[in-house]
Design a protein around this ligand. Structure first.
Ligand code: IMP
Length: 196
């Protein structure tokens, strides 16, 4: 079976291809298909945005698609940055700009600054929609630590750890990450669906 992964992100594509290895499902990224489309994330939830991407790519190729949307939600900020995680401090902002904005919003609030990374992965083949969610709970610290990873990793300490995600190795992050959880679940659901 052919499965298109509706993402331009090389890191995520690598993870998803590795996850489906040996299942008989062959994953093609948009780059593999020579497609540079960037589907606008106009939804107000992660699930909505993931489905928008899956549906837009399904409409082009009429082949089964998986897509995802993810971000950070902070309890004391009423769930922000949420679906605006990528562009929290404005269009074309850097990860550092976003981290600075979060730190400035939290610095006068009492600790702990509880937060969660969330990932929604969606499968769509024109008939069936499958949605799976993964969460990584933790807390935000007010100084950046570490150089690995991306995004909010340098200011996020997962529950049960003393290090930020940016101080963990790639493999350590990939064992616990919100994306690992949502994609592993969608793989299981998809294999059940295909074999039903
Ligand atoms: P998207 O799912 O590619 O739209 O990612 C949205 C944004 O959420 C990213 O640009 C990051 O700012 C943030 N984000 C999502 N996952 C992670 C993660 O694993 N670490 C750090 N930041 C993340």
């Amino acid at each position: 079976m052919k499965l298109i992964f509706a993402s331009q992100n090389k890191g995520k594509t690598k993870e998803v291809k590795a996850l489906f290895e040996g299942t008989g499902i062959e994953v093609f990224s948009l780059a593999d298909l020579g497609n540079s489309i960037d589907v606008p994330e106009t939804g107000v939830t992660f699930e909505e945005n993931a489905f928008l991407k899956a549906k837009a790519i399904y409409d082009i190729y009429k082949e089964p698609v998986i897509a995802d949307d993810s971000g950070l939600t902070i309890e004391q900020l009423d769930g922000r940055p949420g679906v605006y995680s990528a562009r929290y401090s404005g269009e074309n902002c850097t990860y550092e700009d976003n981290n600075k904005k979060v730190i400035s919003e939290l610095e006068n609030l009492p600790e702990p600054h509880l937060a969660k990374f969330i990932s929604h992965a969606v499968f769509f083949d024109g008939k069936q929609k499958i949605d799976c969610m993964g969460e990584l709970p933790g807390r935000i610290i007010l100084e950046s630590r570490g150089t690995a990873g991306f995004g909010y990793d340098p200011i996020f300490i997962p529950d049960g750890f003393e290090k930020t995600i940016a101080e963990l190795t790639f493999d350590e992050k990939n064992k616990i990450s919100h994306r690992k959880i949502s994609f592993s679940q969608i793989k299981e659901e998809l294999l059940k669906y295909i074999n039903s």
